[in-house]
Design a protein around this ligand. Structure first.
Ligand code: ATR
Length: 283
């Protein structure tokens, strides 16, 4: 990859950022398409976020990604915000449009697209069980509602966070078919008769030996398991595999949310297979 006087700059602001895989697959994509772009990791302390965002304009970056802990805090510093990002109060992508910064969340778009492109699944009319009520759960629930999912169950260790998610999104998106499942009842038979998609947005499974939050018989009853954890094959994914249930891991979600960002910045279709290959060689 050659950097020249005309190279367009993108990157990711995070704290920490050193473990980010985004530079690997974004640069692989630029290189594959012969685009004069570069993607760099930038460690930005929370106190410096405002200045760093001014820098996006001052240094004429094409755009940036935001990761932990900046996705919410960045909203106060941008000029415009996409509707989906506003609803879930999270921005992971900024596009610099001639000095005007517009914020998007590509997590939800990436999630929906990964289901469609990897497994041919359209979430319209589907019943979904979501574990967790953090930032990823907001993005995914928002995308499921927009994509006309039929019924959504949310279960979270801290129940009041699940209640807040439900109340916020059902009001903002005018959707009533969302229900909180008490965490201790999450494996009750009554919830599992017609669930098609199980999504884990919690960090459970990142550590080896952490048992799946959902029992094997319930996992075996769904059509697809999506686990957002991406550092290892979680016990949840292992159980899905054992029972012949189609499954997807967090690396795919990571790639697809990045693919959407790539397309915002370049206007070209992201070479998803190349991006996937570039990180599978590392993992
Ligand atoms: P993200 O932005 O990736 O969604 P987050 O906002 O930190 O991350 O959310 C982490 C989620 O994992 C939360 O839903 C958290 O539950 P709490 O709200 O009760 O904290 C969930 N989580 C983390 N560790 C967990 C554990 N050991 N058991 C169950 N849930 C856990």
């Amino acid at each position: 990859m050659k950097i020249t006087g005309t190279t367009k700059i993108t990157g990711v602001f995070g704290y920490p950022v050193r473990h980010s895989l985004s530079p690997v697959f974004q640069n692989a994509a630029f290189e594959y398409l012969g685009l004069d772009y570069i993607y760099i990791p930038l460690e930005v302390k929370p106190d410096n976020l405002g200045k760093a965002i001014e820098g996006v304009k001052a240094l004429n970056f094409v755009g940036v990604n935001l990761t932990i802990p900046h996705k919410k805090a960045v909203i106060q510093y941008i000029d415009e915000i996409d509707e989906e990002a506003r609803i879930i109060e999270s921005v992971n992508t900024i596009v610099n449009k001639k000095g005007l910064l517009k914020g998007y969340s590509t997590d939800g778009y990436g999630f929906i697209r990964s289901l469609k492109e990897e497994k041919g699944i359209d979430i319209s009319g589907k019943n979904v069980f979501i574990l967790g009520a953090g930032g990823s759960a907001y993005a995914i629930t928002g995308a499921l509602i927009k994509g006309c999912a039929s019924k959504i169950y949310i279960s979270n260790r801290t129940e009041k966070k699940a209640e807040l998610l439900k109340n916020t999104l059902s009001e903002r998106l005018q959707f009533q078919n969302i229900f909180v499942v008490p965490f201790e009842e999450r494996n009750d038979k009554k919830y599992w008769g017609d669930i098609e998609l199980l999504v884990n947005t919690t960090s459970v499974g990142m550590k080896e030996g952490e048992p799946s939050l959902i029992d094997e018989k319930n996992i075996a009853s769904v059509k697809l398991v999506y686990d957002l954890v991406y550092n290892r094959k979680t016990e949840l994914i292992q159980l899905a595999k054992k029972n012949g249930i189609p499954h997807m891991d967090g690396l795919l979600m990571l790639i697809y949310q990045g693919a959407v960002s790539f397309e915002f910045w370049t206007g070209m279709k992201a070479p998803v297979e190349i991006m996937k290959k570039s990180i599978h060689t590392l993992t």
